[in-house]
Design a protein around this ligand. Sequence first.
Ligand SMILES: N[C@@H](CCC[C@H](N)C(=O)O)C(=O)O
Length: 321
Amino acid sequence: MKVQLVKVHGSGNTFYLYEALYDDKLDYVNMAKQLCNPSINGGADGLLLVLPSDIADAKMRVINADGSEASMCGNGLRCVARHVCEKLEIDEAIIETMHACLTVRKEAPIFEQLPTYSVEISPISFELSSLPLFLEDKQELHHERIAAFSEDIPFTAVSVPNPHLIGIVEKKYIENTSHQQQLAAFLNSDNEYCPNGVNVSYVLPISNDEIFVRTYERGVGFTNACGTAMTASALISTMENIVSGNLITVYNPGGFVQCSVEQYNDKWKLSLIGNATIVGYYEIEYSHNKIEFIDCVITEEQVQYDKCNIYTENRLRSFTQ
Ligand SMILES: N[C@@H](CCC[C@H](N)C(=O)O)C(=O)O
């Protein structure tokens, strides 16, 4: 069977997007594992499925590189938002995800001409059972040191609704990734704390409205960026008075986004604003569970995005030197 795919990214978090217009009985887990293999066409961090929905403009499913399914994906949702809005010729849409129907919207570019979308990030829970994360008698974890994780990094746990463990760190933990690598690999292996794994982010405060976030993603490993992690990090940084104001700029190894963090009557309202870049259009042959790339048309959009990367690198250099 011939399958049409779009390669997309949000902050360098890269996905193949496939729109299934009918029940095609394809093995999406097998497809994701092959498409994400870095030795084939550069790989990707996941497969985004755009499916018909009875209650929204479309439904998104997210398959991680290892074949596990995630309940949400912020960077991926921006790319799905663009796909659906352009197809339906609308500027705002509702996308059904595993646990919520979320509003997505076309926005003014965050940098030069970059196609930019905002996506709602919800529901939010601090209950450890929502991740789940098991820590003796604790119900929640807020900016606290856990000896088994680190002697000096305070961690917060939150689900949005995919699970995140977020540490506020000093520069040495950003310059050298080994602590994050070891902790995240442990929490994503067979372990007593996070039986379903967890996305682990290290956050470096930069200014009163800027942070840097690097994430080791469950089901993938280190990625250029994780949208839900950056939004959750902006929330935690706000709650801990590390940043102030409603719009936080979040730099990451693949670019930058803006996260809107607002509070109404004790309830947090989060959204993620950033690029939704189309890298290329691909045709594959998928038969006997094997993928073969047949054709591709690469767009000019990455050239434009590279300029944004140069801007981000220069900006980051000014913080880190
Ligand atoms: N990159 C994503 C999150 C993808 C899912 C994650 N790996 C998980 O398993 O929770 C994002 O942009 O939010």
